[in-house]
Design a protein around this ligand. Structure first.
Ligand SMILES: Cc1cc2nc3c(=O)[nH]c(=O)nc-3n(C[C@H](O)[C@H](O)[C@H](O)COP(=O)(O)OP(=O)(O)OC[C@H]3O[C@@H](n4cnc5c(N)ncnc54)[C@H](O)[C@@H]3O)c2cc1C
Ligand code: FES
Length: 263
């Protein structure tokens, strides 16, 4: 089962200690807390305030991409798509960003292995921290990342250090050619006891269908549009077998058996 978390939330001004472009669309934003970080687990996210302009007065949800307890830092992997993510990219070392965290539940962390982590596009964001966590617990970890083209990939060494890495691109410029679910690893998918997946919904549904058919436990991290992030506005609900649930408080991670997906 996905991990439920009702731990204390923090709203803090965190200092940017690094804001680094990875490629044309993606950047890594690392923020430092002035005090000891609370426990943050893989799958959780933060609500980040880009600034107080009219276009971005609502916080934006970003997955926890990495945590360094020694340095008290949290890193986000961000894709520029609109005003908030562009504004955050333009902020510099020494600037402060107001962040509410840690929010949401976690991936199942007590799991049988081998496990397969599947990320598509920006959906890789929560998977690095998950891979590190599971690797540290001596689980056998495989990671499959799909992208449109080679230049969309980033931090491949980091993933390689925490599992067996498999790549696929739509144009065949790196790794296998095709969509994520066309990777040869799916020919031997029954070897895996657990799949964790994050990416565009059609990709997650295609992975979920394969997991269901092969009777493999599968968790997906949903990226429904959010506003409050704390269960107050109901804008992020998803339909489950137990009724409508807020993705921000009951998710973002769901076992596919909970979701009413037509797969
Ligand atoms: C739990 C969760 C975790 C997330 N983690 C990350 C992350 O780690 N890194 C990252 O880059 N992004 C992540 N996202 C998506 C991120 O929140 C949005 O990209 C961001 O809010 C866009 O803000 P913006 O002002 O730049 O663009 P906006 O102007 O808000 O959006 C630009 C366009 O993208 C669409 N859009 C906005 N949010 C979403 C969404 N959630 N899903 C699909 N389309 C959307 C809008 O409808 C609009 O068309 C996450 C979302 C959720 C719910
Ligand atoms: S974002 Fe407001 S209830 Fe989930």
């Amino acid at each position: 089962m996905t991990g439920k978390f009702t731990m204390k939330k923090f709203v803090q001004d965190l200092e940017i200690i690094e804001n680094r472009d990875l490629n044309a669309f993606h950047y890594l934003l690392t923020l430092q807390s002035p005090i000891k970080l609370p426990e943050i687990l893989p799958g959780q996210f933060a609500e980040v305030l880009a600034d107080n302009s009219q276009a971005t007065f609502l916080r934006r949800p970003l997955s926890i991409h990495d945590v360094n307890y020694r340095k008290n830092t949290i890193t986000f992997f961000v894709k520029c798509i609109g005003p908030a993510t562009i504004r955050l990219r333009d902020m510099r070392k020494g600037d402060f960003i107001n962040v509410m965290y840690p929010l949401g539940n976690t991936f199942s962390l007590e799991t049988e292995d081998p496990v397969l982590l599947i990320g598509g596009g920006c959906g890789v964001a929560p998977l690095l921290y998950l891979a590190k966590y599971l690797n540290n617990k001596s689980k056998i970890v495989s990671i499959l990342i799909g992208a449109r083209t080679e230049s969309d990939f980033a931090e491949l060494k980091e993933y390689e250090q925490n599992g067996s890495l498999f790549l696929i691109t739509e144009d065949g410029s790196k790794g296998e050619k095709g969509l994520v679910t066309e990777h040869p690893i799916f020919k031997n998918i029954k070897q895996f006891k657990q799949i964790y997946c994050c990416g565009p919904e059609p990709m997650m549904k295609a992975v979920a269908a394969i997991a269901k058919k092969n009777n493999i436990e599968c968790e997906v991290s949903l990226e429904n549009t959010m506003a409050c992030g704390i269960g107050a506005c109901l804008c992020c609900v998803t339909d489950t077998i137990e009724g409508h649930k807020c993705v921000c408080t009951e998710g973002p991670v769901f076992n596919i058996k909970q979701l009413k997906w037509q797969i």
